[in-house]
Design a protein around this ligand. Structure first.
Ligand SMILES: NC(=O)c1ccc[n+]([C@@H]2O[C@H](COP(=O)([O-])OP(=O)(O)OC[C@H]3O[C@@H](n4cnc5c(N)ncnc54)[C@H](OP(=O)(O)O)[C@@H]3O)[C@@H](O)[C@H]2O)c1
Length: 229
């Protein structure tokens, strides 16, 4: 049964923000298709999504990975809107920055191409990050749509979380450019820190860092925001 608002896609349903979004969309009467990464061993627990109110009638869980940009097409086909939320949130730079950035851009553009091909998607909402605007040494009190992080400076300073900040900056630019070029409505949202209760089983990285700032534990030393200055 299709919900009143039509069908929307949310990428990265296992994540902190995406799982809240799915819950709210179901509450508001939408049908939701969400993507999770392929799980060949069947170890991933998605019961917290399947048990959400309305999920048994209006939630579908499909697999897709940003490393395979075409993989999102089945989840997007027939949708009226897409929320692209999935991204590896890695402040510890476990992978080389070019790998992270390429996957993020290729994945996002694959999603946008699927939106165009669908002929049904009216709007795409891309979840960017304050990391895409805040590292610019401008000294400005107000940062707006014209403010962008300076990727070369982030690279030179090899700061912690550089791959995340660079990939978020370049991906937001790429999705906005694609939208303009192809006449697709792309909206970006730029959260700072999102924290609070979580409905997914994993301990969200941003909540962990927020708590570390309060409790002063080891993570604070490892991922200290003083190091970004
Ligand atoms: N939380 C914040 O404070 C904050 C602030 C600014 C911006 N954001 C942005 O908000 C979005 C969600 O953040 P979050 O805090 O909810 O993070 P999260 O809980 O870590 O969720 C990230 C999601 O992305 C998925 N993912 C990771 N690598 C992927 C890949 N290669 N292909 C497909 N999916 C992949 C993860 O799947 P697995 O579960 O399989 O790992 C997970 O579902 C991100 O785009 C982030 O940049 C968050």
């Amino acid at each position: 049964m299709e919900g009143n608002g039509g069908t929307v896609c949310v990428t990265g349903g296992t994540g902190f923000i995406a799982s809240w979004l799915i819950m709210r969309l179901l509450e508001h009467g939408y049908s939701v298709r969400t993507t999770v990464r392929p799980d060949p061993d069947g170890k991933r627990d998605t019961s917290f999504l399947k048990n959400l109110p309305g999920a048994s009638e209006r939630l579908q869980i499909l697999t897709a990975d940003l490393s395979d940009p075409e993989s999102f097409s089945p989840a997007i086909e027939g949708c009226v809107g897409v929320f692209h939320v999935a991204t590896p949130v890695d402040f510890e730079d476990r992978e080389p920055e070019p790998v992270v950035t390429k996957r993020s851009i290729d994945g996002a553009l694959g999603i946008l191409r699927a939106c165009l091909n669908s002929k049904t998607v009216k709007r795409v909402v891309y979840t960017s990050s304050a990391a895409a605007i805040q590292y610019n040494n401008s000294g400005a009190d107000i940062l707006d749509e014209d403010s962008w992080s300076n990727v070369e400076s982030i690279r030179e300073m090899t700061r912690i979380g550089a791959s995340y900040a660079i990939s978020k900056t370049l991906t937001e630019k790429a999705v906005l450019e694609f939208g303009e070029q192809h006449g697709l409505e792309v909206v970006t949202v730029v959260p700072t820190f999102v924290h609070g209760p979580f409905i997914c089983p994993k301990f969200a990285g941003s909540v962990r860092i927020s708590l570390a700032l309060v409790l002063g534990n080891a993570i604070r030393e490892k991922i200290s925001y003083d190091k970004y200055k």
